[in-house]
Design a protein around this ligand. Sequence first.
Ligand SMILES: [Cu+2]
Ligand SMILES: [Zn+2]
Length: 293
Amino acid sequence: MDGWRNKGADLAAEDDGERMCAVGQRRWLRHRRRRTCATPTEPRNSSFLDRTLPSPTSRPLNNTASLQLVAMLRVGLRLATVGGCAAAAAAISKQSTNLKLDLDDATAFDVKESVRLAMAPGISAKCLATPQGKPCDPSKAEKPCKGLVTFLMLPDDMCEITYRVEGLTPGKHGFHIHEFADFSKGCLSAGPHYNPFGKNHGAPWDEDRHVGDLGNIEADESGVATGKLVDHLVKLHGPTSVIGRSVMVHADEDDLGKGDNSDPITRPPVNGKCSKVTGNAGARVACGEIVLA
Ligand SMILES: [Cu+2]
Ligand SMILES: [Zn+2]
């Protein structure tokens, strides 16, 4: 019995040994396969790019893919522009115009501005303005007020400000730069209009105005305001730079300092009674930090 038991034990051990051997062999084969199969099945000289990049006839890219692609193009453009390689910048720019993109209006504006700022020689910045200065909740049914504002310093030290804001009520809305990009209490914590020279509120063309007084933007019937303005006080450099401050869009029209100023002292200011402080532009509907582009 012992012999049989031993024989059985030996056979079992042999069997185990074979199993172990088979396991080891499989592992070895897997290891070898990993090493040897690193060579692609296609010939090595076939172009990797040909197989992975979309062909010119492929379907249009969606918003997310487009923004990623444009972000990469933007880096290339910036490098080419800063590096003084005009030919490369022109080539990339030309290719970017050939892209087949399927974009909504807001993303198209973002893409266009991204490429334009990357090509421009001057310092540039942008601001994504949203309710409470925080990303919009896409699950909410109502269309939030949000927009993109870009800044570009021109050769004559003027600042070109380009904007597209949607979700507004039709008509005019106060449009300012406020002192802080603090959104801990939503747009309310962004502070007053940026006013480094201690002036009164006014129109962009007034001498007595805050640096942050950009007047009004006007929304069309669909609630979209687009446009461009050039300002001589807004700077992206130096001691009065607006980088790190905030853009604010208001619910009401800015009276440009010419309205009711019967109670300019109360803190917080009472809307409708402090024209020389706030322009009586009402609630703060969208805001965001101005950051270098
Ligand atoms: Cu404001
Ligand atoms: Zn002001």
